[in-house]
Design a protein around this ligand. Structure first.
Ligand code: PRP
Length: 186
């Protein structure tokens, strides 16, 4: 954990947990791994809206080679604070994934229920291969075993916002990832 000197924290955010520099380092590392693993092959990055949009934009630019991008939006039925595992597709992909090398891009892997659903759903569409890249991995929180090949940063069990992640749609534009003060949601 590190505080970015220049970071301006909104009053609801108690600390910086990952600075811009730490995030960019993680993004570059994953980008280099993917560039190596898929050298000479075309990749389709499937971005899960909304949270992953910032990570995807940086990750796509950290990958050398042929990259295409598509978007999905999903919503999980539940109380809004936790995934229920019942996922509804709000927006589907524009194009077919059949015969393509797919990487699902997520901002955070928490319970893993969203990704479990997405992997099952997309595998049924016959991609050539399918992997997952997540910026944040909440250690010890998974309720299901998700095979996630590319992990950026291991995250403690806090309510984190910024760099795409929100609380009631706010804070997605913070350039760093911070911890939301519990008084905001308790
Ligand atoms: C977040 C995140 C993942 C999911 C992870 O999305 O972007 O899709 O939760 O949680 P899980 O591992 O427990 O399933 P959220 O529902 O907050 O929507 P958003 O991306 O639009 O903010």
């Amino acid at each position: 954990m590190e505080n970015t000197e220049a970071a301006v924290l909104p009053p609801q955010v108690s600390s910086v947990i990952f600075s811009e520099e730490q995030i960019q380092e993680a993004v570059k590392r994953i980008g280099a791994q993917i560039s190596r693993d898929y050298a000479g092959q075309k990749i389709l990055l499937v971005t899960v809206l909304k949270g992953a949009f910032v990570f995807m934009a940086d990750l796509a630019r950290a990958i050398e080679g042929h990259v295409e991008i598509d978007f999905m939006a999903v919503s999980s039925y539940g109380d809004g604070a936790k995934s229920s595992g019942v996922v509804r597709i709000i927006k589907d992909l524009n194009a077919s994934v059949e015969g393509r090398h797919v990487i699902i891009v997520e901002d955070i892997l928490d319970s893993g229920l969203t990704l479990t659903y997405l992997l099952k759903n997309l595998k049924s569409r016959n991609p050539l291969s399918i992997e997952v890249a997540t910026l944040l991995f909440k250690e010890g929180k998974q309720q299901t075993n998700v095979n996630c090949k590319y992990i950026g940063l291991t995250c403690p069990d806090e309510f984190v916002v910024g760099y795409g992640l929100d609380h009631n749609e706010s804070f997605r534009n913070l350039p760093f990832i911070g911890v939301l003060d519990p008084s905001v949601y308790e």
